[in-house]
Design a protein around this ligand. Structure first.
Ligand SMILES: C[S@@+](CC[C@H](N)C(=O)[O-])C[C@H]1O[C@@H](n2cnc3c(N)ncnc32)[C@H](O)[C@@H]1O
Length: 291
């Protein structure tokens, strides 16, 4: 590794993970991820709607489904820039937006922590795309600087892992059976999905970045983590904290897959219903103003 263009040295590992193994797994579980996260994104957009004609930045836009969603709201006089550090996500997002015939969207690849934008935005949005920066204050300061005076930020971030019991439970199950490999060469996703789960930490990051009028609104919904228990187990083994422990443990965990799957089945069985596996998921919908 080293000298990735436009990426801070301390984010290189995370970007490698996002553009590689995590991209592949997000593609594989796209339906679960985007529908589950989608419910939280919809609440955020209902509480903090972009307005027709506005210029919007979508941070860590992934497949770009929120880019397309916001493009429809801001209309032909507005525009959306989908921004992500992983080229693979942006390539896919760009192709899909083109196929949908949208001409008020653009995409760019870059590390938010070190990017200075060449334009101003009225609104910055992110659905679970702001938790992975090694240095969140400079990153969020870049966002604040890219906003016009009075510009709004709205971001969805996971609340603590403990409040997202299916992920926590799956991690405990896996940790009981597999030893974490601290010397693994596998890239990790940086500070990780729960780095903004603490309301005080997150509001302080935004204050330090120069934001004002910060609010955090708790959002709780149930999300479908699988159409059946088999899919929920496979999903837990691929993504999230349990998936991460398995991935970092490498061959040892690979050998134990059947045992891990059986233990996870038991651990997640409580969430099974006739219409699939549904677990409570909890996020903060964070809003702030750039003065
Ligand atoms: C959990 S995914 C969320 C994707 C999308 N917003 C969604 O809701 O489906 C996190 C996204 O943040 C991106 N990301 C991670 N670190 C980043 C960075 N330093 N700068 C910009 N994007 C980053 C990842 O590549 C990934 O697409």
């Amino acid at each position: 590794m080293g000298n990735m263009a436009g990426v801070a040295a301390n984010n290189e590992e995370a970007v490698q993970a996002w553009n590689g193994v995590l991209f592949e797994r997000f593609v594989q579980y796209r339906r679960i991820v985007t529908e589950g996260l989608g419910a939280h994104g919809e609440v955020a957009l209902r509480l903090h709607p972009p307005r027709p004609g506005e210029r919007v930045l979508d941070i860590g836009c992934g497949f770009g489904d929120t880019v397309q969603r916001i493009a429809a709201v801001v209309g032909p006089k507005g525009s959306v820039l989908g921004f992500d550090a992983a080229e693979n996500f942006i390539e896919m997002a760009r192709e899909e937006a083109e196929a949908a015939g949208l001409d008020n969207v653009e995409f760019a690849v870059g590390d938010l922590q070190v990017t200075e934008f060449d334009r101003s935005f009225d609104f910055a949005f992110s659905r679970l795309g702001t938790m992975f920066f090694a240095n969140p204050v400079p990153a969020m300061r870049n966002v604040r600087r890219a906003l016009v005076p009075g510009g709004r930020l709205c971001m969805v971030v996971w609340r603590r892992k403990l409040e997202n019991d299916w992920m926590h439970r799956a991690e405990l199950v896996v940790e009981r059976l597999v030893e974490e490999d601290e010397n693994s060469d596998e890239p990790t996703c940086g500070p990780g999905p729960f780095s903004m789960g603490d309301a005080d930490v997150t509001s302080q990051i935004l204050l330090s970045a120069g934001f004002e009028e910060i609010s955090l609104r708790r959002c709780d919904t149930e999300i479908q983590i699988g159409t059946d228990l088999d899919e929920a187990v496979a999903f837990a083994m691929a993504l999230g904290p349990a998936g991460e422990v398995i991935r970092l443990a490498g061959e040892e965990a690979e050998r134990m897959r059947p045992e891990l799957a059986a233990a996870l089945r038991e651990g997640l069985a409580e969430f099974e219903r006739p219409d699939g596996v549904w677990a409570p998921a909890s996020t903060w919908i964070v809003s702030a103003i750039s003065p």
